[in-house]
Ligand binder design. Structure first.
Ligand SMILES: *Cc1c(COP(=O)(O)O)cnc(C)c1O
Length: 375
């Protein structure tokens, strides 16, 4: 039986030609014409002024935090319902994350909780340095109120749009509202370079500085001169070639994932205790992953029991992100709210959503889930 994966890479057929080009040009080092072209084309697609191709989305978050001036002892506000990579770079810098709960409309950071928290902190004169706002599962957070709060209090806004390439917020791409935005091209994302990331900003100086830090912080003199600590975070020219090929298919990929979501809704939503992640009124959800919520009582089985049963049939599903305030590695971090994220974690199950999923395979998944329902 063919195994069905959660979100496998989907080749466009153009990769070979772009790679051939990169190889023929002799540029296989990091940097090179493919990287420059990928940055230009990516910036254009998301509507940002500048973009910097990096080795991962995590590296992009790390650089964005450094450029926001985050250092030891500083606090950084992060959405609690996310992948740990949203917050790990806070720890790299010796800073402390504060985790904010989700709202129910998009499952992203609740602006009302952030407003409360910042108000209290402002009274004590102890404001956080930055906010890492995550756009989860292909859907934008409610950016404007959060952007307004960051402006009001003078806090850097970093958007983690790793999962949200192709989505919109009031017609624009998330990742382009804050001081900096980050995207990921990890193998499971909507487009992939096998591994890689992008930092975007309208601030040319920020991107120029990030570019320098990402290339071992060399000073512009003939010998190797270093005033700042540097990193080796650039994307290679070969991977940028793959990224350019993938980027051309983005709209098709979004269309495919949205159709897959629709088919799940049609095939499953009559089952007792089954709901899906809502699409917020402020923009387009890419449905990078289709997430189903299961009420254990009504459905007759827990999401974990469904996951195990599907696994036996060669179907890969995954629980919703475990909230970061519950993760042992972030133990002791301050949390604001948390019940919504915990509820989503308990009830949620991510279904296979890859853009290459065939209708036949999807029907197999739908059948398997239907067979598990009560009654
Ligand atoms: C994938 C992901 C990242 C990290 O990106 P990498 O390219 O894998 O380093 C960060 N945040 C979120 C929300 C992600 O899903």
């Amino acid at each position: 039986m063919k195994r069905i994966y959660l979100s496998p890479p989907h080749l466009s057929g153009l990769e070979r030609a772009f790679l051939q080009d990169a190889l023929d040009s002799g540029w296989i080092a990091p940097l090179g014409p493919q990287v420059e072209a990928f940055e230009r084309e990516f910036a254009e697609v998301v509507g940002a002024r500048h973009a910097l191709a990096l080795s991962s989305g995590t590296a992009a978050i790390h650089l964005a935090l450094i450029l926001a001036g985050v250092g030891p002892g500083d606090e950084v506000v992060v959405s609690t319902l996310t992948f740990a990579a949203s917050a790990f770079p806070v720890l790299y810098l010796g800073a402390r994350p504060v985790f904010i709960d989700s709202e129910r409309t998009s499952w992203n950071m609740d602006p009302a909780l952030l407003a409360d928290f910042l108000k209290k902190r402002a009274k004590r004169g102890r404001l956080p340095k930055a906010v890492v706002l995550v756009h989860l599962y292909g859907q934008s957070a409610d950016i404007e109120p959060i952007q307004a709060l960051c402006k009001e209090y003078g806090i850097a806004l970093i958007e983690d749009a790793a999962e949200a390439l192709g989505s919109t917020y009031k017609g624009k791409s998330p990742g382009t509202f804050g001081n900096a935005g980050i995207f990921s091209f990890n193998g499971n994302k909507i487009i992939t370079t096998s591994g890689g990331g992008m930092l975007v900003s309208d601030d040319g100086q920020l991107i120029a500085h990030a570019r320098k830090l990402a290339t071992q912080a060399r000073e512009p003199v003939p010998w190797y001169e270093h005033i700042e600590v540097g990193y080796n975070y650039r994307m290679s020219n070969l991977l940028a070639a793959v990224g350019r090929a993938q980027l051309r298919t983005l709209e098709e990929r979004v269309g495919a994932r949205r159709r897959i979501f629709q088919r799940y809704v049609e095939g499953l939503s009559d089952l007792p205790g089954v709901r899906f992640q809502p699409e917020a009124p402020w923009g387009r959800h890419t449905r990078w992953l289709t997430v189903m919520l299961v009420d254990r009582e009504a459905f007759g089985r827990s999401p974990e029991a469904i996951r195990q049963a599907l696994e036996k049939e060669g179907i890969e599903t995954r629980p919703v992100w475990k909230p970061l305030h519950l993760q042992p590695v972030f133990q002791g971090a301050e949390r604001v709210g948390g019940e919504v994220a915990e509820d989503l974690f308990r009830k949620g199950l991510c279904l296979p959503s890859g853009s290459s999923l065939t209708p036949e395979d999807q029907d197999r998944i739908i059948e398997a889930i239907r067979n598990l329902a009560a009654g």
